[in-house]
Design a protein around this ligand. Structure first.
Ligand SMILES: CC(C)(COP(=O)(O)OP(=O)(O)OC[C@H]1O[C@@H](n2cnc3c(N)ncnc32)[C@H](O)[C@@H]1OP(=O)(O)O)[C@@H](O)C(=O)NCCC(=O)NCCS
Length: 333
């Protein structure tokens, strides 16, 4: 009966924040869901904080759905400056697709209302991510013409006793030196990304309007952004002065630290094809884990569901798959 009541969509107003709290309390799709041991209040506070910020941020906004005068759903939209610059096409994201069950009709209308706003703002590509179990959001996005581009598994490692033992083990002698990257390594890091990613299968490669060439360039830009400050540490494996591979890591974000969450992040990694299959991914991952242990209780590293070498390497190092998410794209121009 509930979904027969007409739904109205309008801009979200701050005075509805308490009602939004009720909606959050019912949701199974909050941030950091892969950290099942963490109190959910943190995730609820984080979502409220990020939605509040989107009410005033340039180019962002929040829409609300009401049925019978009651708040039944929200959606946020925001520009994606890095993707826009790198693709040379204006990109934006839909996020926080949240609705009270049965959620389908409200999400459908919220997405349908957000798209013309983004179109009018000049956006060409709209992206969205959902938990794979959030079927109402998945179906609403598909109904609105979004296409599934990839599925990532959220793999995490808790720094517990077993991991501590592994991290304390001495490294076997090797021809490869593991060291921190310098700014002067930027061109070499880009070259490794250029060589490693052409046959990748992530969401940029699988989008026919982006494709492997631009998709690979995106990863080159990504590692350069890491050097320029996006990441806190980049480790490289080097042999005879040649960089064979890298992995980039981040401390807990400011938002995570505000919520008292000690979560570290793996950002991007690649091994030049000349050096793949020699255990370098695992050695670089260990270097990142050893460094992050001081700043984090847990580290997360999303990877493509088909990236078997990464998943196998993680498994050997005590990581576990804890959740999974889909990425969707829709071109609106
Ligand atoms: C994925 C990648 C980083 C792995 O690096 P690597 O140094 O070759 O990996 P490792 O040698 O440490 O091997 C990791 C594990 O995967 C296994 N593996 C390697 N290739 C595999 C394949 N095609 N299928 C299944 N397992 C594979 C290895 O045998 C090893 O497992 P083991 O310890 O049981 O032997 C590298 O292949 C790469 O750069 N790929 C392209 C870019 C990319 O995908 N980056 C990661 C984005 S998250």
């Amino acid at each position: 009966m509930h979904d027969k009541i007409p739904i109205e969509v309008s801009e979200f107003s701050r005075i509805e924040l308490p009602a939004l709290g009720l909606l959050l309390a019912q949701s199974d799709f909050l941030p950091w869901r892969f950290l099942s041991h963490e109190p959910r209040e943190r995730a609820e506070r984080q979502l409220l904080e990020s939605l509040t910020a989107k009410l005033t941020a340039e180019g962002s906004g929040v829409l609300a759905a009401h049925a019978g005068g009651k708040l039944t759903g929200v959606i946020a939209y925001e520009p994606l400056p890095w993707e826009s610059k790198t693709l040379g096409r204006k990109a934006a994201a839909l996020s926080v697709l949240l609705a009270a069950p049965p959620a389908g009709a409200a999400l459908d209308q919220l997405i349908g209302a957000a798209l013309p706003i983004l179109r009018a703002d000049g956006s060409e590509l709209v992206t969205a991510k959902t938990y794979t179990t959030d079927l109402a959001a998945v179906h609403a996005l598909q109904k609105q013409g979004f296409l599934l581009m990839d599925t990532m598994v959220d793999v995490i490692c808790r720094f517990e006793d077993s991991t501590s033992r592994l991290l304390a083990e001495a490294e076997k002698p090797s021809d490869f030196v593991i060291r921190l990257a310098q700014r002067s390594d930027t061109d070499a890091l880009r070259a490794v990304a250029r060589a490693a990613f052409p046959r990748h299968f992530g969401r940029f490669h699988s989008d026919p309007k982006i494709g492997p060439e631009t998709g690979s360039r995106l990863y080159e830009e990504w590692i350069q952004a890491c050097v320029e400050g996006w990441c806190d540490w980049i480790f490289v494996a080097e042999k005879d002065g040649r960089i064979a591979g890298f992995s980039a890591w981040k401390k807990p974000t400011a938002a995570e630290s505000r919520q008292g969450l000690r979560l570290g992040h793996y950002s991007i990694g690649a091994i030049h094809p000349d050096f793949q299959g020699r255990g370098l991914f695992k050695r670089l991952t260990l270097a990142g884990m050893r460094t992050l242990r001081e700043f984090a209780d847990c580290v997360e590293g999303p990877t493509h569901v088909h990236n078997l070498p990464v998943q196998r390497g993680y498994l050997k190092l005590g990581w576990q798959i804890a959740d999974s998410r889909h990425s969707f794209h829709k071109w609106i121009r």
